[in-house]
Design a protein around this ligand. Structure first.
Ligand SMILES: CC(C)(COP(=O)(O)OP(=O)(O)OC[C@H]1O[C@@H](n2cnc3c(N)ncnc32)[C@H](O)[C@@H]1OP(=O)(O)O)[C@@H](O)C(=O)NCCC(=O)NCCS
Length: 208
């Protein structure tokens, strides 16, 4: 799956995300103290492949999203740039709401043991801090996984919090390892019968 082919050939898809910030409580006119009707508002979010004009915003939003995270060393935005320059940005999707880019996810090739074809790493994934917890990250991840599946990938792997990535089907079975990281953070989602088994290596961009 050549990176340029995947990035360039995808159509955009519109998904609907909840907008927590615009949630309102309405009181019934008849029984104002008794009845509270909760209405949720929804916003349309377009998920589409990155375009050349998106590069600066992707960089800025990645920095803004990871800046508050204690585990971040600030390398995520340069990693995306290096993946792009190396031709390793296999899938790069942005989420657009109201004409603005609100989130981004990257997928790049990985090596697992002696297997260097068909597996992809998820990340970095970022949503602007004031747009988080509205389903945008999930929409980006689900769309990226669907694209990988549709292109015949063997599966996807990542390093991350099992509490978040478990909802997409990622699991740690102890057969995939990454340096000396505790097993629960090294997770995989096989798309075919073959499980992820061996030492995980990310693209060179992750090691600069
Ligand atoms: C991780 C991230 C991309 C998720 O995007 P999002 O749009 O907020 O995610 P969603 O709205 O789809 O999902 C939100 C849910 O994920 C949970 N969640 C978000 N980040 C989480 C994390 N690191 N660990 C565990 N749960 C997390 C939230 O608690 C929320 O759960 P709830 O709705 O059940 O309360 C976003 O929070 C972000 O940019 N974080 C900073 C950068 C980062 O940590 N990237 C991932 C590195 S592994």
């Amino acid at each position: 799956m050549p990176a340029e082919a995947v990035i360039g050939d995808l159509a955009e898809r519109t998904v609907v995300c909840k907008s927590v910030s615009s949630r309102r409580d309405f009181r019934s006119a008849q029984e104002p103290d008794l009845t509270v009707l909760k209405a949720q508002f929804f916003m349309a979010v377009i998920i589409r492949p990155e375009q050349p004009g998106d590069v600066r915003v992707i960089h800025d939003l990645t920095i803004a999203a990871f800046e508050p995270m204690s585990f971040s060393d600030g390398s995520e935005a340069p990693i995306i740039t290096a993946l792009r320059n190396d031709g390793d940005l296999t899938v790069s999707l942005v989420a657009v709401s109201g004409g603005d880019i609100v989130g981004h996810v990257a997928f790049s090739p990985v090596t697992i043991g002696a297997e260097s074809h068909g597996w992809y790493g998820l990340g970095p994934v970022s949503v602007w801090p004031d747009k988080q917890r509205q389903g945008i990250g999930s929409a980006l991840i689900n769309e990226g996984l669907a694209i990988l599946r549709a292109n015949g990938a063997k599966g996807c792997v990542l390093i991350g919090d099992p509490a978040y990535y478990g909802r997409f089907g990622f699991r740690s079975d102890g057969n995939l390892s990454y340096q000396d990281l505790p097993a629960q953070y090294v997770q995989s989602l096989p798309f075919q019968s073959e499980p992820a088994n061996g030492q995980l290596k990310f693209s060179p961009a992750f090691n600069r």
